[in-house]
Ligand binder design. Structure first.
Ligand code: ZN
Length: 475
């Protein structure tokens, strides 16, 4: 493509602008849309998107095209320490408790969660020219924290403006001449934050009904086009779930009616599997009225626009993450399944002790306990059982394990239950990822853990009634 002038000021272009923000997995650049000044002026738009979508990008482990790093974010937990969350998994940030500090020597206790974290700290000290002497080293059992919830804050005037910025960039990419006509003046002013009139808004899922199906599991889509009336518009879909419509402009000059859709796969690491570009019917961009009320995601959910879309997205994410996290266990289990039956039980127990993260068991337990609470309902008869359940699954930041005594006591039994399920599943000498996920994070595992909780509740309630009849007998 020939070099063109900046679509905003007409100045020289040349800065390699990511068409889709690098932090969100965009891998393609176009050097002919913005001058470096306007590329910078519009940078905050990409940053807003990256920030608002950081949690999902991090869980899906989308790599930024700039540094090939997955977005991580800090979460402060009850005891004041900071968790670094990447890919849905939390790591404790390193901590240095200083006991004495002079200009020459700083002494104290260092806390690291992993050896890699320790090595990185040592290297950083070395690079900074500090000499480090080590005293005693102590290995503590891991401490658990309630995991961060999958939450998303999106929309508002900044989020919508950022969506309009994406629409402008792709419009300029596909409609180079039209993007430089005066008709776009107001739209550009809005994108630059100079004019308040909102041009982008949430769109219902059915606004996208006439577009091709997104070929990527968590694909984004940006469709831009000009319809037969010379109206330039765009539809933008983030993760195939958060949908927006953008009014770009009524073009003054004749422009052939056409439209292009670009599907972007944020999980791809590079060309050619990162995008799929296809010409679409200009009518597919629809005539949907955009809601321009600068809504936040919360109000869009409350108004019902986003409710089902977001629920489906979160379900898809959790299925994807469960499969991804179960995959390392699958390979070892396949080997175990191929062994003689008599060897399997011990091998599975060893594998689960070494490789099944307690967080995975706790997540399953949380699901079961909230399901049981729902099933019990809140009646005077069930109140004591709900209280017992709360005691059987509780975090306790004061204890070294981070778990309440009851919860910690139950963990080996939970591991056994999962082991028995896996042993049964390998009876035929093979195991599939679907069955593994069913046991670790699905119905199969939930059912057997549920039975375990119910039997513990029965024991406790028998004990309680025995105690109270003893009391009565004694009185
Ligand atoms: Zn410019």
């Amino acid at each position: 493509m020939a070099k063109r002038s900046c679509i905003i000021c007409g100045g020289a272009t040349g800065s390699r602008e990511h068409l889709f923000p690098a932090a969100l997995g965009g891998r393609r650049v176009n050097a002919g849309i913005y001058c470096s000044e306007h590329n910078q002026a519009l940078g905050p738009g990409a940053a807003v998107l990256a920030k608002q979508l950081r949690v999902i990008n991090s869980i899906l482990m989308v790599e930024s095209d700039r540094d090939r790093k997955v977005a991580h974010y800090p979460v402060t937990v009850e005891d004041g320490r900071t968790l670094n969350v990447v890919g849905g998994h939390a790591t404790l940030a390193a901590r240095f408790d200083v006991t004495s500090d002079t200009p020459e020597v700083t002494t104290g206790t260092l806390n690291f969660q992993t050896d890699a974290q320790f090595q990185a700290w040592v290297k950083a000290q070395h690079d900074a020219g500090n000499r480090v002497e080590f005293g005693e080293r102590q290995i503590n059992p891991p401490k658990f924290y309630p995991g961060p919830r999958l939450e998303l804050t999106f929309g508002g005037s900044n989020g919508l403006r950022a969506i309009a910025y994406l629409a402008l960039t792709y419009f300029a990419h596909h409609f180079a001449d039209a993007a430089r006509t005066p008709a776009l003046h107001d739209f550009k002013a809005y994108v630059l934050g100079q004019e308040a009139a909102t041009r982008a808004g949430w769109a219902p899922v059915d606004a996208f009904a006439n577009l091709p199906v997104n070929p990527f599991e968590f694909g984004h889509m940006i469709a831009v086009g000009v319809d037969t009336n010379g109206k330039a518009k765009a539809l933008v879909s983030i993760f195939g779930s958060l949908n927006f419509a953008v009014d770009i402009a009524q073009l003054a000059e004749a422009e052939e009616a056409r439209a292009m859709a670009t599907f972007i796969n944020p999980l791809a690491r590079g060309a050619p599997a990162d995008i799929h570009e296809v010409a679409i019917e200009p009518g597919g961009l629809g005539t949907v009225e955009t809601d321009r009320s600068q809504q936040t995601l919360e109000t869009a959910i409350a108004d019902g626009i986003m409710q089902s879309a977001l629920r489906i997205l979160f379900e898809k994410i959790s299925i994807y993450v469960n499969r991804r996290d179960a995959t390392p266990l699958l390979m070892r289990l396949e080997n175990i399944a191929a062994r003689p039956v008599s060897d399997r039980s011990d091998a599975i127990a060893t594998l689960l002790n070494e490789q099944l993260p307690t967080t995975m068991i706790l997540q399953l337990c949380e699901r079961v306990v909230s399901g049981l609470k729902l099933a019990f309902g809140a009646t005077p008869e069930t109140v004591p059982f709900i209280a017992m359940l709360d005691e059987l699954l509780a975090f306790d930041p004061v204890r070294p394990s981070g778990l309440s005594e009851n919860t910690e006591t139950l963990m080996p039994a939970m591991r056994d239950i999962i082991g028995q399920q896996l042993l049964a599943a390998t009876a035929g000498g093979v195991i599939s990822i679907d069955i593994l996920v069913e046991i670790l994070a699905g119905e199969r595992g939930a059912r057997s853990i549920s039975e375990m909780y119910v039997s513990v509740l029965n024991q406790l309630s028998n004990q309680l009634s025995a105690d109270s009849s003893l009391d009565r007998a004694g009185s």
